[in-house]
Write a protein that binds this ligand. Structure first.
Ligand code: KG4
Ligand code: ZN
Length: 338
């Protein structure tokens, strides 16, 4: 089965052609246009600019994906498109395009939940991962732990009480004037550190649970920067900046993995799946490997290009979902709060 996957829920405009086989999904082509340069001056995604840019990029992105995969509309068995959650103007761009293409070319289409996309990114790495699986989805907007019994359903176990982990990376890079997007920059900087700086204190909750909160961490970073004059403009080559980045990502990785042993026991989990943009982080990947080994879980982390938002993960998820009953549900809509 050949699937065209479309994703534009935030600032990545991506299309991919994926062949679904009994042995798992095979990538035929993937195109992704980054908008980092457009949003960099603002230090974060500007929704209207992102949506307009998707409109400009989409036609070429889809055309290029089909061309690279050497397929035409007629070869496609279905179109999978992100329905939500995300920025509404951004979602509407590809969602409307998918409806129009499906109608004109008479191709079945499947609306896909963005987070099911992140889950299915792991099928490119370990298509046979055993269930039940603990699924840690960490991105700029999500820090959620789910239980999955298969590749098409997620049951929420725990989520951050405030900020997402990705935001702590992005805001730290912003406070240190290191550039945008913050996650990859902090990661590179941290890997250059000879040793980590002082560890950050973990938040404590009344119920004693290993819950997540990252807004206090942002404040702690802010205070630490303020206590070292000139640090905010010292740059990525400064050893103090590198040490701070290293302690930040060691802290975030440790906190993210802390609830796993209890949940693994409670749920009889057999796998650990980690996905979303923050799953690109080198420290989180290393600590997740160690945690999975300790807990006897099969680890599935997509390679970095499948962790950040992309059309391939939407195609892989869409391949397993039922197609929309009516070929032309033209009243179906994007859903920013899905
Ligand atoms: O999944 P994603 O591409 O978009 C959302 O759905 O949010 O995730 C983007 C997030 C950003 O916060 C970005 O800084 C973070 O993923 N990120 C990283 C790394 N690469 C991307 N965070 C830490 N280390 C990285 N190497
Ligand atoms: Zn995402």
């Amino acid at each position: 089965m050949l699937v065209l996957g479309l994703e534009s829920s935030c600032d990545d405009c991506s299309a991919a052609v994926v062949e679904e086989t009994p042995a798992g999904p095979i990538l035929k082509s993937m195109v992704r246009k980054s908008q980092d340069e457009i949003h960099a001056p603002y230090g974060g995604v500007v929704p209207e600019l992102a949506a307009r840019e998707h409109l400009l990029q989409l036609r070429n992105v889809i055309g290029e994906a089909l061309h690279k995969a050497e397929v035409t509309w007629r070869d496609l068995d279905r179109i999978a498109v992100t329905q939500g959650p995300g920025l509404v103007g951004c979602l509407l761009t590809t969602f409307s395009a998918a409806k129009a293409i499906a109608w004109k070319e008479n191709i079945p289409w499947v609306p896909v939940h963005h987070l099911l996309g992140h889950l299915n990114a792991a099928r490119f790495a370990v298509p046979e991962a055993p269930f039940p699986a603990l699924v840690l989805l960490v991105s700029g907007g999500h820090t959620h732990l789910y239980l999955a019994q298969d590749w098409t359903h997620l049951e929420l176990l725990q989520k951050t009480r405030d900020d997402a982990a990705g935001e702590a990376f992005d805001k730290t890079a912003r406070m240190l004037n290191l550039g945008y997007p913050g996650g990859p920059i902090v990661d590179t900087c941290a890997r250059k550190a000879a040793k980590p700086g002082e560890a950050f204190t973990a938040p404590k909750f009344r119920d004693g649970k290993a819950a997540w909160s990252f807004s206090g961490l942002k404040t702690a970073v802010k205070m630490r920067i303020a206590s070292q004059p000139g640090l905010d403009c010292a740059g990525a080559e400064d050893p103090r900046v590198q040490a701070l980045c290293r302690s930040l990502q060691e802290t975030i990785a440790k906190w993210l993995l802390k609830p796993l042993p209890d949940f693994a026991r409670e749920t009889n989990a057999k796998s650990l799946i980690v996905s979303g943009g923050v799953a690109c982080n080198s420290e989180l990947r290393a600590q997740a490997k160690a945690a999975a080994d300790r807990l006897g879980l099969c680890l599935a982390i997509p390679e970095p290009r499948f962790c950040t938002d992309n059309g391939a993960m939407i195609a892989a998820a869409g391949a397993l979902l039922p197609v929309a009953k009516d070929l032309l549900p033209m009243n179906a809509d994007a859903d920013l709060k899905l």
